[in-house]
Design a protein around this ligand. Structure first.
Ligand SMILES: Nc1ncnc2c1ncn2[C@@H]1O[C@H](COP(=O)(O)OP(=O)(O)O)[C@@H](O)[C@H]1O
Ligand SMILES: [Mg+2]
Length: 353
């Protein structure tokens, strides 16, 4: 793995050469003082015993001073920050991801220890957010699995009874089938998302015709727009446009955008699929005249399991756009959304040619 670059200035030593030169010069000067002291005392005809004691006292003072100074410097520059880091690491190891360490210097004077502390804080934050995601994920999954299972259980109980007529029997079998289908899609989606998140599906990028793929995806919804009496417009400007992306993953994105557009648009509405290219970028726009979303909903639609419009919640599990987003991240594309309640929604996907 390539090592991330740390600014050269920040990589400088905490005890630079100049520090040791300082020691060297200071000791030379002190030895000068020693000689001056000695000569001065001899000149003044001091008793030899006194001279020895004064010199000894002088060096005891110098040695004590230098040792103390070195000790304070080492403590300040290494020991204290390392102890703080050790305490924070121990807290994280115990599962407390709120542990943070304060850097020692101002941002403009950061050295490598500060950089390390800052990276440590970032790491702790990331770990914390992964942990919350994991906890939320499991409670969401459990909820999503329990609901259809309860539905299946109820319908099966009804079927067990002697007095069910043919109509009720058919209704309950349909209920079981659709709940089972929902469970099936849920599990398939979770597995796909998990694979995508762990990157065990490394994108198999190849160059393929995106226009052809868009048409193929749109055709899948023919029944839906006919049944719902929705006017569907497709305007694919390029006859053929190659993009470099994962050919198998991209339909997940198109199908999700189109299925949402048809799902959230009432009878008699319109859905459009447009494609054009400009300055080396390919734009794909899915627009509908459906129920739209308020600002709060728009902010969360790419979160796993988020469903804004609960009236359609039986028809999905809130994983579609999370998957779509992940597919785009792997393909180097972007997605944006504009929506207003009661007017409609417009998703814009931008990909590189
Ligand atoms: N075209 C759209 N019109 C209105 N709301 C939409 C549209 N597309 C997505 N949303 C909102 O975003 C939410 C998340 O979408 P998605 O992840 O595909 O989940 P799902 O389709 O299973 O509900 C939907 O529940 C809905 O509230
Ligand atoms: Mg969806």
């Amino acid at each position: 793995m390539k090592r991330p670059k740390i600014a050269k200035k920040a990589m400088g030593s905490r005890f630079p050469k100049s520090f040791f030169w300082g020691y060297f010069v200071a000791l030379l000067l002190i030895s000068g003082v020693h000689i001056a002291l000695l000569l001065g005392m001899q000149e003044a005809h001091f008793n030899d015993i006194i001279i020895v004691h004064v010199i000894l006292a002088f060096w005891a003072l110098v040695a004590g001073g230098l040792t103390l100074y070195t000790r304070i410097q080492v403590r300040k520059t290494y020991e204290i920050p390392m102890q703080r880091l050790a305490e924070a690491t121990a807290r994280i190891a115990k599962g407390d991801f709120s542990a943070r360490v304060a850097p020692l210097n101002k941002k403009s004077d950061f050295d490598y220890l500060d950089v390390m502390i800052e990276d440590f804080n970032k790491m702790a934050e990331e770990l914390g957010s992964i942990e919350t995601l994991r906890v939320d994920f499991f409670s969401n999954v459990s909820h999503e699995i329990k609901t259809p299972i309860a539905v299946i259980q109820n319908a099966a109980e009804v079927l067990k009874r002697q007095d069910v007529n043919e109509v009720q029997r058919k209704e309950n079998i349909d209920t079981i089938t659709s709940a089972a289908k929902k469970l099936n899609t849920l599990i398939t989606n979770i597995l796909k998302l998990n694979k995508l998140e762990n990157q065990s599906i490394t994108p198999h990028v190849s160059s393929f015709d995106v226009c052809e793929q868009l048409v193929q995806s749109a055709i899948l919804f023919e029944n839906v727009w006919e049944e719902k009496g929705i006017e569907f417009e497709a305007d694919i400007a390029d006859e053929r446009k190659k993009i470099v992306a994962d050919e198998e993953l991209m339909p997940l994105l198109w199908n999700n955008l189109l299925s949402n557009a048809f799902k959230f648009t009432e009878k008699g509405g319109t859905v459009s699929l447009r494609e054009y290219s400009e300055n080396g970028k390919i734009y794909v726009i899915v627009e509908d005249s459906g129920c739209g979303m308020d600002e709060q909903t728009t902010k969360h639609i790419f979160d796993k399991f988020y469903q804004g419009d609960t009236s359609h919640s039986t028809e999905g599990n809130g994983l579609g756009l999370a998957l779509a987003m992940r597919v785009l991240q792997l393909s180097g594309g972007t997605i944006s959304v504009e929506s207003s309640p009661g007017v409609g929604t417009k998703f814009t996907v931008i990909l590189n040619e």
